[in-house]
Design a binder for this molecule. Structure first.
Ligand code: BDR
Ligand code: CA
Length: 310
């Protein structure tokens, strides 16, 4: 099994990613660390626990982390996720407790305690917690096995500005630190997540599972990212964050290219842009596996089959 820390800002698609991880015996979730992003921190920390309880996994440790980006003011996305961050279905408030430890301290402690090269970080939101941990404890950087993250847009452009994808845009300084860390990074950008569309038939397949989890996932995907038909067509909306977890389980679903990715942190026009050096015209070494394509059918087969186990 692969040990992972899921760093997240749920978010309906974060919620589906968490459920996919919970359903997958290949993965051992050491903890779920929450960050401000789609909605403020109190809500993301609450939503992560709602999701664990929905799956009956109240033993999972959930931590609250940074409540705002490193330098910039927090930008949220209620227009995508609704007021609660998990709009689409109303679920009971969590009974399970939030851990008292700060998410950043948990990340640092875990990387120091686990054998080097055995922990994979899975960021599904702004990179604030991760970069803050690296700043506070530079010794942990070389202990990370790999980072598999959702963020960025390359040929696809941005979804919050013409140039930037939300997770990178919210905390470009943090993203810059992570992409310069030297850790091997796998990037699931909009180029991939816009190819795994939640069509009617796929949502029905979730609902037909006939379980509370299937019902919740159908309700979320019915709500989430459906606000803009012109953008994604009439039958489907993207499903971002589960791509990260699907990659850990079935990497062959994805194909990409090893390149250098740098983050724009200065220009207001292109703030948070993921700049790819496709043709090795800079002295910067490749630091990231950019994923550009996905077997969407295989992805939904995996996701639906796993969710059926919960
Ligand atoms: C990313 O931003 C959030 O709205 C989603 O949860 C996803 O992580 C997509 O740009
Ligand atoms: Ca997210």
């Amino acid at each position: 099994t692969r040990k992972i820390i899921i760093d997240t800002d749920p978010g309906q698609d974060d919620a589906v990613a968490i459920l996919l991880a919970l359903a997958s015996p290949e993965l051992e979730i050491l903890g779920i660390t929450c960050v401000a992003g789609n909605v403020p921190l109190d809500l993301t920390a609450r939503n992560a626990r709602i999701v664990c309880e929905l799956a009956g996994r109240t033993e999972i440790k959930v931590f609250a982390g940074c409540d705002k980006p490193m330098e910039r003011a927090l930008v949220t996305a209620e227009y995508v996720h609704g007021k609660t961050g998990l709009d689409g279905i109303s679920l009971p408030l969590p009974k399970m407790k939030l851990q008292e430890q700060h998410a950043v301290d948990f990340i640092i402690e875990t990387l120091r305690n686990e054998p080097p090269g055995t922990v994979t970080l899975c960021p599904l939101g702004p990179l604030t917690n991760i970069a803050t941990a690296f700043n506070q404890a530079p010794d942990i950087v070389e202990r990370v096995d790999e980072i598999v993250l959702m963020g960025g847009g390359f040929f696809e452009g941005g979804n919050v500005t013409p140039a930037a994808e939300f997770n990178i845009y919210v905390d470009p300084q943090a993203a810059d630190i992570v992409f310069k860390s030297g850790i091997s990074i796998v990037v699931m950008p909009l180029d991939v997540t816009h190819k795994v569309l939640t069509t009617r038939a796929r949502i029905e397949a979730f609902r037909n599972l006939g379980t509370p989890v299937g019902h919740a996932v159908a309700s979320w995907t019915d709500f989430f990212e459906r606000f803009d038909m012109a953008k994604y067509g009439a039958d489907g909306a993207p499903l971002h964050d589960p791509c990260v977890i699907a990659y850990l389980i079935e990497p062959d679903l994805f194909t990409g290219r090893h390149i250098n990715v740098a983050i724009e942190t200065q220009s207001e026009l292109t703030m948070g842009m993921t700049v790819a050096d496709w043709w090795r015209v800079s002295p910067r070494k490749p630091n990231a596996m950019f994923m550009g394509d996905v077997d969407a059918k295989g992805f939904y087969t995996l996701l639906t089959e796993r969710l059926a186990r919960l």
